[in-house]
Design a protein around this ligand. Structure first.
Ligand code: NAP
Length: 320
């Protein structure tokens, strides 16, 4: 089969399409025929060798795939050949024609969700779900600012927050992104590339501030986020690419808090809760993964460059 291999950490050019043996599922494993693989920013940090988790080389990147079960190992009960699934982590990597996964790493992909959308489920929607429900403990009566709403996690968070009744404010850095965020359910949108947009956000809340901020770029925004919080407000740090100085008095004055997590650190019970919620939302149409771009698997390097550039508009899917 064809698979992307990383033989040394480095820039996008280290992603090479190679011919490798198709794996066979052992007991408790399944073989997924990958129809689409999702590209996430952390794939690029891992490839660069700068992420907290450093895989043993060589490795095939990717945790998010969608496809069809091709074969199952001994004892597998959850799925059978022919079932449509999305993966939440894999054993051999998602950027490939086939991926080996543990039985518990595959989840039913509802019929109304296509494979490219399915490749955008686990990391983006899992993160948005954990941020809103487990970390922030969001309530329908609250107002949320999705700070970076045009990308994978942001569009997921906007759809979810809107579906459960929150007032949703979202930001993007391009006109296309702003339109997307509005279309996916934000009540109001703001351009984070424009000077003074934070004042516009405060004005839109009548000076009260927002109850929640889902923050995609904490190193740039965290200090100012604290000033946008209402009393008892919470900032949930999802993305961060550097250091930041904050004035804790801004938190003290608001009895506010900053919470943070990585999806890798969640419990099995939280993960089970997330999949139950996501599958229900995908089935009833409240969750509709937005695919901004489909690229052939061979163009994985291009996908890694583009996902870090400004102008996000949903997810990038690689098609084997
Ligand atoms: P993505 O699809 O590449 O989207 C990035 C988002 O950040 C876009 O909406 C982009 O908007 C926005 N952004 C750019 N500059 C910004 C600024 N100055 N202020 C606010 N937002 C800004 O990435 P993603 O998959 O949504 O992930 C977002 C971040 O969360 C990444 O850093 C990722 O590594 C991290 N993440 C963390 C976890 C976790 O477990 N904690 C899980 C998933 C993702 P424009 O392009 O429109 O400017």
């Amino acid at each position: 089969m064809k698979a992307i291999l990383v033989r040394q950490f480095g820039g996008p050019e280290v992603l090479k399409l190679e011919e490798v043996p198709t794996p066979k599922p052992a007991a408790g494993q399944v073989l997924v025929g990958v129809h689409a693989a999702g590209v996430n920013p952390y794939d690029t940090y891992m490839r660069a060798g700068t992420y907290a988790q450093k895989p043993a080389l060589p490795y095939t990147p990717g945790s998010d795939a969608a496809g069809v079960i091709e074969a199952i190992g001994e004892g597998v009960k959850k799925v059978k050949p022919g079932d449509r699934v999305y993966t939440a982590k894999t054993v051999t990597g998602a950027y490939a024609e086939y991926a080996l996964a543990l039985e518990e790493q595959v989840h039913s992909l509802p019929a109304k969700v296509n494979f490219s959308q399915g490749a955008g489920v686990w990391v983006p929607y899992g993160t948005a779900y954990h941020a809103l429900f487990h970390s922030a403990k969001a309530h329908a009566s609250e107002a949320v600012l999705v700070h970076g709403a045009s990308g994978g996690v942001g569009t997921a968070a906007v759809q979810m927050a809107r579906a459960i009744g929150l007032t949703v404010l979202g930001t993007a850095g391009t006109q296309k992104g702003l339109e997307l965020v509005k279309r996916e359910g934000a009540h109001q949108v703001f351009d984070h590339s424009k000077a003074g947009y934070q004042e516009e956000i405060m004005k839109a809340t009548g000076g009260r501030g927002v109850d929640l901020i889902l923050e995609m770029l904490a190193n740039v925004n965290l200090a100012h986020d604290l000033k946008l919080l209402a009393i008892h407000g919470r900032v949930i740090v999802i993305g961060n690419r550097g250091e930041v100085t904050i004035n804790a008095r801004e938190l003290m004055a608001r009895r506010g808090s900053i919470r943070a997590f990585t999806l890798w650190g969640i419990t099995l019970a939280e993960e089970a809760d997330i999949h139950a919620g996501l599958i229900a939302g995908l089935e009833n149409g409240t969750l509709r993964p937005v695919v901004g771009k489909e690229l052939p698997l061979a163009e994985a390097a291009r996908a890694h460059k583009e996902i870090l550039e400004p102008g996000a508009a949903g997810k990038i899917a690689l098609i084997p």
